[in-house]
Design a protein around this ligand. Structure first.
Ligand code: OAD
Length: 252
């Protein structure tokens, strides 16, 4: 495999001062064996999001929705963080002002060792009572019997953001603040089609960040990025993190 070569401009930005922020999407977990959403083999090709990832779907058929999320929890639990997740964790260790903003709900950044992740779309590992609104972590392998219920008797739902729902305003505000302060924004593994996450690279650019896309395929962001690496995240992120000062082994 050819080594990943970074331009001198990109190296200069990565070696320079200021926070590096990563905005990640499903593609970052693809090399861990988890499917992305769009495109061939994507989750939304085999499943209709309106039937599975909306508040209306949950009100209509909580068991169906929970079967989908129980399967996703099992898949995520069986997956391991890959070189891309580990590279971002190492970068956070080397440069503590690094922030990771993710659209992923699988928990793999955290399992790779990144302590504090801004999770725009929530987490598969948190449940929320539909009556009381409180959230709790729940790492159980098996939530049977489905659908799970709160102690109060009401249904529990996955604490993820569904279509038609607003993001947590505190998390979104923190993500905006992080990208506004970024010297470099690494946008990895996202089609940049889902809002408001898709607005963050432009917010970063307007505030002066150097925006780098990591994605094997062209996306809605590609034309506006300062640099594009057409590579899988597991190959590109270790090289980028090492150039930013992380002590990292580059996979052959
Ligand atoms: P998508 O499925 O829309 O896009 C995944 C992107 O990852 C594509 O652009 C792929 O080319 C790219 N990709 C695939 N393999 C890759 C690899 N090894 N390395 C890097 N990139 C790779 O996923 P997202 O953009 O994350 O929202 O989707 C955004 C949101 O839409 C999700 O959070 C989810 C979904 O509906 C909710 O559920 C609210």
């Amino acid at each position: 495999m050819d080594p990943v070569v970074l331009s001198s401009t990109l190296r200069r930005h990565l070696a320079g001062p200021g926070p590096i922020v990563a905005l990640t999407g499903a593609g970052v977990s693809a090399e861990s064996g988890l499917p992305t959403f769009r495109g061939p083999g994507g989750l939304w090709e085999g499943h209709d999001p309106v039937q599975l990832a909306t508040p209306e779907a949950f009100a209509r058929d909580p068991l169906l929705v929970w079967r989908f999320y129980a399967w996703r929890r099992a898949s995520a639990a069986a997956a391991a963080p890959n070189a891309g997740h580990r590279a971002l964790a190492a970068l956070t260790g080397a440069r503590p002002e690094t922030r990771i903003v993710t659209q992923n709900v699988d928990g793999l950044h955290e399992r790779a060792g990144t302590p504090s992740v801004l999770r725009l779309h929530g987490s598969l590992w948190r449940l929320r009572c539909v009556a009381e609104g409180d959230e709790r972590e729940d790492l159980r392998d098996d939530l049977a019997p489905l659908p799970p219920r709160c102690r109060c008797g009401a249904l529990l739902r996955p604490a993820v953001v569904w279509f038609g729902e607003a993001l947590d305003p505190g998390v979104l505000a923190a993500a905006h603040a992080a990208v506004r302060q970024a010297a470099v924004l690494l946008v990895a593994g996202t089609s940049s089609l889902v809002w408001p996450a898709a607005a963050l690279p432009e917010v970063a650019r307007e505030a002066g960040a150097f925006v780098v896309e990591v994605n094997p395929e062209p996306t809605a962001l590609s034309d506006d990025a300062d640099e594009v690496l057409r590579l899988p995240a597991g190959r590109a992120l270790p090289v980028l993190a090492a150039a930013a000062g992380a002590a990292i082994e580059i996979p052959a």
